[in-house]
Structures are given as C-alpha cells and as structure tokens.
Design a protein around this ligand. Structure first.
Ligand code: CS2
Ligand code: MG
Length: 409
C-alpha cells in the first residue's frame, strides 16, 4: 500500500487548522492534525516543503519506521513544529491502517478497555455568581467534571475566562488566539491571583457540593513555591487536578511542589517528547500526562509515553481545547478508549463552521465521549468547505507584570 499523494490543508472555519491528508495507491485516505496555535504556518511549511516529498512512494503500513525516519533523518529533533509535523503523518497512517483493516482505530490499539470516556468542560466567570451559572450550564450540557477558571480582581484579562472583552467577538476561553495582525498584551499579578483563588473554590464547593470533580489550570504562571502554597491552600476543596502550576522545563521544580501538597498535579500540554516527562514520571512528580496527540509525535509516541506512565500509576489527561482539531480529538479518543491508565479527557466543543469542514463520528453523551465505530479515526474532511475559510493571522496573547516584565501567559 504505497503513499501516492500527501496534501497539506490549511483552513480557518472558526479558527486556523492545519491538516495532512495522505492518499494511497489503492485509494485509502488518512488524516492527521498538525495545528500549532498561533504558529500554524510553520508546521504547514515543514510538512509541505520538507516532509511531503519524503512520503511519496513509501509503504503506508510501516508506521514505526516512518516515525523513526522522520525523527532521526531530520537531524534536528524534538520541538513543537517538528513533533506536530511527525504527529500528522503518524495519525494519518494509523487512520489508513485501521481503514485497511476495516476496524475503528482503537481496535488496533488493543481494543476497548472501557465503554465510555469521562470528559471535562470549561466553566469560568468574572465573579462567583457568573462562575456558578457557567458551572450549572456545563452540568446541563451533561459534563460530570468541570474545570474552573475565574477573573482576578484588578486584572484586565485572565486566561480561560469566557466573558472578557475581546476583539474577534469569539468567546475568549474558546479561542484565546485572537484574529489580529499582532498579539494582545495582558496583565498579570500572581499574588493577587493567590489571594483570590482559594475563596473562589470555597464558594464553589459550598454551592455544588463535594462530589463533582473540579479542575483548575494554573497555566504556567507560578513559581514552584507559589504553586506549592496554592496546592496546599486548595487541598480542602479536593481538586481532581491542578494543571501547569509552574513552568516545567526544569522538571526538578516539581519536587518543591510535591513536597508541600497532595493536590494532584497535571502537566504536559506544551511538551513534545517522552524526554520532557522522564524525571516527572519516574520520580512520581505528576499524576496526569497532559500532552495532546497532535503535539507529541502522534499516537505512536503518545502510546509509549502513556505506557511508561502506567508503570508509575500515572494516568492520561489528554489536552483537548478547540485548537486541537476534530482529527486530533478523534485520535485522542481512540487512545483514551484503549489504554488502561485512562484518567480524563478535556473536551471543548468545536464551532459550527469547524463541524462543517470536519465530519465527526465521535459522540458526547451525558458527559462521556466515544470515538465511534467507523473504520479508521472516523473523521472526514470536506475539501470544498475547507476552501471557503482561508487562513487568518491570529496570535495567542502574552503577559506583562505590573512593572512591565514579560511573564508566562
Ligand atoms: C489550555 C489551552 O486547555 C487548556 O488546558 O491550557 O487552552 C491552551 O491555552 C491553548 O491550547 C493554547 O493554544
Ligand atoms: Mg492547560
């Protein structure tokens, strides 16, 4: 089964997406997501200018070999652009192999280890009453687990809070990358955030009770000791996880956090290889692996990371915001259904134009996801619809502290 054609499709229905479509000599096609928010064209070029010529004529069945070839023959390894490009090829080849086998992909990954996949949704508010309304709204949508993000008094904009003023008219939490020629500057004050957040979780627990799994994303903004302090102060509210509490390029930084708190820790959405996790996993410094299939070299490497994590009873918490396309989401769901050490799946629902471009067979019912049982990934891309939405420049915001210092967004 020889690769005959490989196309890089850039479209911008509700937001920019980059998709690789591989076609074999016997007419099978496979899709792979290569979307890197705010840097989409870099991956599109890496694929179109450097990878596609290497794919034509290859045996589509040899997925591991293709992975190793693209990783090692590039000489320049790792990093978000390279690993998103490799991910797109990898997932497209798994899509083709499962179609050739006439099975949904999870069957090739060992079959179903569960019947349904617990999802979490994003609730947020500028104040507690608005936040509680958003939580109730997500419970009405069926979500059983809910991420809680809140504005911070005195700050003009904070990550993950829906109803903040924005330029593009899109819900902020749904699309932080605003369509504009330059990125938006936001302000940040960690001490104000640390003073405010425990009270918010107290109010939420008092209102909705102890049972609902609640998650929070610190979005890389605290120093290790600040993260340790917050983790400790949130212990009474029994979080499912505190995510990206501190930048983890220095994996040892999590030792200090771990030393002071039992709040479960999730990290990894900006990681690209198993090496980014090595110390965090073998020294039990995290509880959930947060990578996305799209940013971590595809299903081939993501399965290896999760199998490694399983040895340490660390579970999956795959990244699933709207800048992971329906193709990337479907790939995550097939893995979620097959692996044993499944934890939870992030699920932000895509917009109507995205659903026009990407026909999806995965389902969300009563708070649970399922990849569906169509052969392959179960996603089709409508090329005509994709052509209606040309790429639009968009950037993620960045942060500056009160004194003007650039800070993690
Ligand atoms: C976030 C993401 O969903 C999350 O956990 O951290 O929404 C993240 O901000 C975006 O993927 C950035 O593109
Ligand atoms: Mg996050």
């Amino acid at each position: 089964m020889i690769i005959e054609k490989a196309e890089v499709i850039v479209t911008s229905p509700d937001r920019n997406f980059v998709t690789l479509k591989i076609t074999t000599d016997d007419g099978l096609t496979g899709l792979g997501d290569a979307t890197l928010n705010g840097r989409e064209l870099s991956v599109a070029s890496y694929l179109a200018d450097h990878v596609v010529p290497l794919l034509i004529g290859r045996d589509a069945h040899r997925i591991e070999d293709a992975w190793q070839f693209l990783y090692r023959s590039a000489y320049w390894r790792r990093g978000p652009v390279t690993m998103a490009a490799i991910a797109a090829v990898d997932v497209a080849l798994w899509d083709i192999k499962a179609k050739a086998a006439g099975m949904p992909l999870y069957q090739l990954l060992g079959g179903a280890s569960r019947d349904k996949i617990l999802a979490y949704g994003h609730a947020s508010g500028r104040d507690v009453p608005e936040l509680l309304d958003s939580i109730r709204h997500h419970q009405e949508l069926g979500y059983k687990a809910i991420r809680v993000q809140t504005a911070v008094p005195g700050l003009k904009a904070v990550y993950g809070v829906a109803s903040q003023p924005q330029t593009s008219g899109k819900r902020y939490d749904y699309e932080p990358a605003q369509r504009a020629p330059l990125p938006t500057e936001e302000d940040w004050d960690t001490r104000a955030y640390l003073r405010h957040l425990p009270g918010v979780f107290e109010a939420v627990r008092n209102e909705i009770g102890a049972e609902v799994p609640l998650l929070h994303d610190g979005h890389h903004r605290m120093t290790p000791i600040q993260a340790a302090k917050l983790g400790k102060e949130l212990e009474p509210y029994d979080l499912f996880w505190l995510e990206d509490c501190t930048p983890a390029e220095n994996q040892d930084a999590l030792r200090l956090v771990r030393h002071h708190t039992t709040t479960p820790l999730a990290i990894g959405e900006i990681f690209n290889t198993v090496f980014d996790y090595q110390t965090l996993i073998k020294d039990q410094l995290i509880d959930y692996v947060r990578s996305a299939v799209t940013h971590t070299g595809g299903i081939t490497q993501m399965k290896k990371i999760l199998d490694y994590a399983a040895q340490y009873q660390i579970k999956s918490g795959i990244h699933g915001p709207t800048d992971i396309s329906p193709v990337g989401m479907a790939a995550a769901l097939h893995l979620d259904l097959a692996i044993h050490n499944f934890g939870i799946q992030e699920y932000m629902q895509h917009g109507q134009y995205t659903n026009e471009v990407f026909q999806q067979s995965f389902t969300f019912e009563d708070g649970y996801l399922h990849p569906g049982n169509k052969p392959g990934l179960g996603i089709d891309l409508d090329m005509d619809a994709a052509g209606k939405y040309p790429y639009q420049t968009a950037y993620l915001p960045y942060n500056r502290l009160i004194d003007g210092t650039v800070h993690d967004w």
